[in-house]
Design a protein. Structure first.
Lengths: 250, 269
């Protein structure tokens, strides 16, 4: 009990100082006003609808990215010539932030869900790819040799030895990818939000608060919600990962 | 019996660039007889593992010919099974999953109904003493248990020729003695010679080679060359009485003297 009090001391103190410091301004968000806004946004369903819209795009883009990055990563990790050829291309695009391809994406795909999903897929693609390549390359060669010595055909070896052996690394890549995808969707929706009404999602909601209603409390509510969802996503994925690969201590 | 099952004729194996190759095995000629327990010993760097990998069809010789029942060895085959030094167990498969692996995905299980497969796997689990551990994962097992799983996985495929690379090297002394006895039992030392499998057993432990084998092949190192083939005429079945016998000690000592100088040189350098 005493320990719990000590742990909550700093956060509680921060809230109190924030409340007092911001009380002089009518516009500045304070814990109390943010709380009121949060209750209202949850009650009328706006917050959950926004989050659901954004999450839907994240999962779609993430699934798209994984569907391409995992097979490509396996191929690049197991075929040296392919990796040598594609690696410069990958390393050139990898440092380009997802938000930096936004102008092109909007020009080509417009401001709707397609654009948002594309941005997300781009953001999630690289961590999944890089980790899959590394995972495949780190597979203990004797495991493949053991299967080879038992006369297991090549495609079967890939499916029943290479894939499970690389799975822990692939899942780590997916966890990182999903985290980046969530970061990217907020940025993408914020930017696309200039054309209000066509995109939706939590990012666009923030844009509306910023540009139209100038509702600072709402922005803070969205920020906190984004953080909480990221935390939950990561925890759920960690748990799934531990269950999917019980033999791995990753 | 006594007809050569595997013949190595002037086998050489080099690694590295063509301009400055490292010769691991140099013109090794050897006949391995059907049903015999053949041990290969030698100091580190004598190419023991390389020889075994070539027999398994995992590596190709740089020169020379290698035949099995008169046909050239060009790759792995169902009649040969390998047990790796590090066991190479699949960490995501249970004990049972590892043992039945070759029967499910390899040619060894062709024409075997799933009931017959389960029956065989259960029998082998019993044979190597893994009852009760079938659903454990390799990381939950001790070194000795893992070694049994690797042996069981090899046995399940019922290969005629067992190729074993220092299978007991990672074990403590007691476990090692127990598993030596078990290995001889599984190989069939109580049965007539015609019913035994062929074993090629790599080890760095001279006493282990003498205890187990019909013949001990002694290799020299850098490059690996055939130094001597020593016949081990200790009576079978062998057991603790063999380990205590003077003949056992004499044979071990004479083989040690063959490789002593090289072993010292390798250790001191």
């Amino acid at each position: 009990m005493k320990r719990l009090m000590l742990r909550l001391l700093v956060p509680a103190l921060t809230l109190v100082v924030w409340e007092i410091a911001a009380s002089g301004s009518a516009r500045a968000p304070r814990p109390s006003t943010v709380m009121q806004t949060a209750v209202r946004m949850i009650a009328n369903g706006d917050l959950l609808f926004g989050l659901a819209t954004s999450l839907g795009r994240v999962f779609a883009g993430f699934a798209l990215a994984s569907a391409v990055a995992v097979p490509l990563g396996i191929a690049m990790g197991s075929i040296g010539a392919l990796e040598k050829n594609l690696d410069p291309l990958v390393e050139t695009f990898r440092p380009i932030a997802a938000i930096a391809i936004l102008p092109l994406v909007i020009l080509w795909l417009g401001t709707g869900s397609m654009s948002a999903v594309t941005i997300v897929a781009y953001a999630a693609f690289f961590p999944v790819l890089i980790n899959t390549i590394a995972g495949v390359k780190r597979v203990e060669p004797n495991l493949l040799r053991a299967a080879y010595s038992m006369g297991v055909p090549p495609m079967t070896r890939m499916r029943v030895v290479l894939l499970p052996a690389a799975l822990p690394a692939i899942l780590v890549g997916m966890r990182i990818g999903l985290g980046l995808a969530w970061t990217a969707i907020i940025a993408a929706e914020l930017a696309v939000g200039a054309k209000a009404g066509s995109s939706g999602g939590i990012g666009q909601m923030m844009f509306v608060f910023y540009a139209y209603s100038v509702e600072l409390n709402g922005i803070v509510v969205c920020m906190v919600a984004v953080g909480i969802v990221a935390l939950i996503l990561d925890r759920v994925l960690r748990e799934l990962l531990a269950r999917a690969v019980p033999w791995s201590r990753a | 019996m006594n007809e050569a099952k595997i013949s190595l004729d002037a086998i050489s194996k080099s690694f590295g660039p063509v301009t400055s190759p490292v010769v691991a095995v140099d013109r090794l000629s050897l006949d391995i007889r059907a049903g015999e327990f053949l041990a290969i010993v030698g100091p580190s760097g004598c190419g023991k593992t390389t020889v075994l990998n070539m027999l398994a069809g995992l590596d190709k010789p740089s020169a020379g010919t290698m035949t099995l029942n008169g046909r050239p060895i060009e790759g792995p085959g169902a009649e040969r099974g390998v047990m790796f030094q590090d066991y190479a167990l699949f960490p995501w498969r249970t004990v049972r999953g590892n043992i039945e692996f070759g029967l499910i995905y390899g040619p060894a299980g062709q024409g075997l109904s799933s009931a017959a497969r389960d029956e065989r796997v259960s029998r082998i689990i019993e044979l190597v003493g893994l009852n009760g551990s079938e659903s454990k994962y390799p990381h939950q097992l001790s070194g000795g248990m893992r070694q049994r799983v690797a042996l069981a996985r090899l046995m399940a495929n019922e290969p005629e020729i067992l190729l074993m690379d220092e299978p007991l090297a990672a074990l403590d002394a007691q476990t090692r003695i127990i598993l030596q006895d078990e290995l001889l039992r599984i190989w069939g030392q109580d049965r007539p010679a015609s019913e035994r499998r062929t074993v090629v057993f790599i080890t760095h432990a001279i006493d282990e080679a003498v205890f187990l084998a019909d013949r001990v092949v002694v290799l020299s190192s850098h490059p690996g060359r055939l130094k001597r083939i020593v016949d081990i005429d200790l009576p079978r079945p062998r057991g603790d009485a063999t380990r205590k016998s003077a003949a056992f000690a004499d044979l071990s000592q004479s083989i040690w003297e063959l490789i002593r100088d090289e072993a010292y040189r390798a250790t001191m350098n």
